[in-house]
Design a protein around this ligand. Structure first.
Ligand code: F6R
Length: 601
């Protein structure tokens, strides 16, 4: 992970540019932050443990400078201490790094006599680059050789004190863009970091590197040949990145869901019909494999249950980090669906490359346009979530679930399992979902339930089939932002051991939206109740009848077709997690140890 930024240009106040950029990249990591810049011909490096606000206190913003690099860190090698913070300097070379140099121990061995100050792989990278520069006396040759020697993932922003008006950048398997300004240029991990100054950018490709001055950008391939590039324009409004009236980005993003759902639905309709024919019409799909991480995997499980039930196609959901290192059973008849909000998750990206090497057709469900995963997939269905800033995903997860639901309907229709009448009913109901989510957002019971939960040590989530898939996401949301231990269980599985943990202090959230198996989950609810466990139900009013004495709290989602219930039922789980974390005083948008974009494996 980590966020990197760099500036070279006319602006004597480049420290402002670096810090503004880092603030927008803080979602990528927030263990420590640092900047390096040249002022009055001298190199300055300032770094500090913790948030960017700590770094700001150490900086003198009046220092004139027109070249610098900055970094916000998510620790991989070495504790989140100031000494391990970037930038790292070795002699003439100072650099910031996002990624992992996998062979750093081997490289370090070569420089045994050098007195490394930090525990990081990045300082080793700086040492290697400095050595190559001293040997070649030429930066371009040094970077070329660096690409040959360094293994793993890296996006590096580099300054060399021999060339005080040149910024260098090199990339492999970690994202990096070059921002194109007027008499000023930038580098950044993502385009939002530079939008205040320019919306023109170049995507740096893997194993290429750049030499950037205020007026010129030159890009080279790994052999040092100059290559052409395309300047793109980013047209999204920068203002979407503010919290507005909300206390937290997470709450803002939860409240944006009706709009996100509306926009995503619109993007999947042609002549008012759910239509993915441009991707799937001529494909004979025997099996679907979903590859993803974290919440995106949880969305994948919802998709699995729906596609299997409504389209009768087997679906394997593969955790991307596992898929990479196991025997895989895929072939040209498989549709592989990578799901990713950021489009940069390293494990999903690598799993995608494996799927492509087997000749599978790959159709991504992705939020960030032009992201690394989006560019590698054969085709992409973009969810319309807009920028998601809170580290814990909400609106992107929901939009992923929506697209998978629409795919289930489309494939069901294609396989003659959904007739025209049902299709019309589903399409009509689809348009009512944004309002139904709106009404769920207005429910005031979440805070009451959160008061019941926030002092607990452990919480269980139970459900069957698609409700179990929702439990996985509900549980992940709760634990990542409130630090309460929670587990999702297939309701029928609890009695095979875990029920021994249930007592009056260990509540359970039970999700019951599937009519055919509601009575089964109710039996499991009763088993918990009779062991004094408190029960919070999330359910749909027409699903079943239950006695008041069998539960403690009940959230009833608005009536809708069963296939759409996951889209509604997740909203209460998001809000309960949010209010629990708020009552506990947690840093909701930036939970400890996490980062938004996981570009390391
Ligand atoms: C949890 C969360 C993560 C991400 C996961 C994959 O709230 O956000 O579990 O879902 O890191 O990220 P993307 O979707 O960007 O590939």
């Amino acid at each position: 992970m980590c966020g990197i930024i760099g500036y070279v240009g006319k602006n004597q106040k480049s420290l402002d540019v670096l810090i503004t950029g880092l603030e927008s990249l803080e979602y990528r990591g927030y263990d420590s932050a640092g900047v390096a810049f040249i002022s009055d011909d001298k190199l300055n490096i300032v770094k500090e443990q913790g948030r960017i606000r700590n770094l700001k206190e150490k900086l003198d913003f009046n220092m004139p400078t027109n070249i610098g690099i900055g970094h916000t860190r998510w620790a991989t090698h070495g504790l989140p201490k100031t000494v391990n913070a970037h930038p790292h300097n070795v002699s003439k070379i100072t650099l910031v790094h996002n990624g992992i140099i996998e062979n750093y121990e081997e490289i370090k061995e070569k420089f045994k006599t050098y007195n490394f100050k930090s525990e990081t792989d990045t300082e080793v990278a700086a040492c290697l680059l400095n050595n190559l520069y001293e040997k070649n006396n030429n930066m371009l040759d040094a970077i070329k050789e660096f690409i040959k020697e360094a293994k793993g993932a890296y996006a590096l922003g580099i300054i060399n004190t021999d060339y005080k008006d040149i910024l260098y950048a090199v990339k492999k398997n970690s994202p990096l863009i070059i921002g194109v300004g007027k008499s000023e240029n930038f580098i950044a991990s993502d385009v939002h970091a530079i939008l205040k100054y320019t919306n023109k950018y170049i995507v740096l490709e893997d194993e290429t590197f750049a030499k950037i001055t205020k007026d010129e950008i030159n890009i080279f391939d790994k052999n040092g040949n100059s290559i052409s590039y395309v300047i793109k324009e980013f047209n999204e409004d920068e203002k979407v990145c503010s919290k507005g009236i909300y206390d937290h980005f997470m709450l803002k993003e939860i409240n944006e869901q009706p709009e996100v759902i509306k926009k995503t639905i619109e993007s999947c309709l042609i002549n008012k019909k759910i239509d993915f024919s441009k991707y799937l019409e001529n494909k004979n799909i025997k099996k679907i494999v979903i590859i993803a991480c974290g919440s995106a995997v949880n969305a994948g499980y919802v998709g699995k249950f729906l596609i299997e039930e409504y389209a009768n196609i087997p679906v394997d959901v593969e955790i991307a980090s596992e898929f990479r290192y196991k025997k895989v059973f895929i072939n040209k008849e498989c549709l592989v669906i990578p799901i990713s909000q950021s489009g940069e998750t390293a494990d999903t990206l690598e799993a995608l490359k494996i799927a492509k090497s087997y000749g599978c057709y790959t159709l991504g469900i992705i939020n960030v346009v032009e992201s690394s995963i989006a560019r590698i997939c054969d085709d992409v269905i973009y969810i319309k979530a807009g920028p998601e800033i809170a580290v814990a995903t909400t609106k992107a997860y929901l939009a992923q679930v929506l697209v998978l639901t629409l795919l289930a309907i489309y494939l069901g229709k294609k396989n003659n399992l959904i007739n025209e009448k049902l299709e019309q009913e589903l399409e009509q109901e689809l348009n009512l979902l944004p309002n139904k989510i709106e009404s769920l957002l207005e429910n005031k019971d979440y805070e009451k339930i959160a008061k019941e939960l926030y002092s607990k040590q452990d919480i269980f989530f139970i459900g069957r089939n698609v409700d179990y898939a929702l439990c996985m996401e509900g549980s992940l949301k709760l634990k990542e932002i409130s630090y309460i231990h929670s587990e999702a269980y297939a309701a029928g599985e609890l009695k095979h051991g875990t029920i021994s943990l249930i007592d009056s202090n260990t509540p359970t959230i039970a999700i019951i939206t599937k009519k055919s198996i509601a009575s089964k989950t109710i039996s499991n609810v009763k088993e918990i109740k009779s062991r004094e466990g408190k029960i919070i139900l999330v359910t749909s009013s027409d699903t079943y009848n239950i006695n008041d004495s069998d539960y403690d709290y009940e959230i009833v989602i608005p009536k809708t077709k069963e296939i759409f219930r996951p889209i509604l039922a997740i909203v209460p789980l998001q809000l309960i997690s949010y209010y629990v974390a708020k009552l506990k005083g947690c840093d909701i948008d930036k939970p400890k140890n996490l980062a938004k974009s996981v570009t390391v494996e």
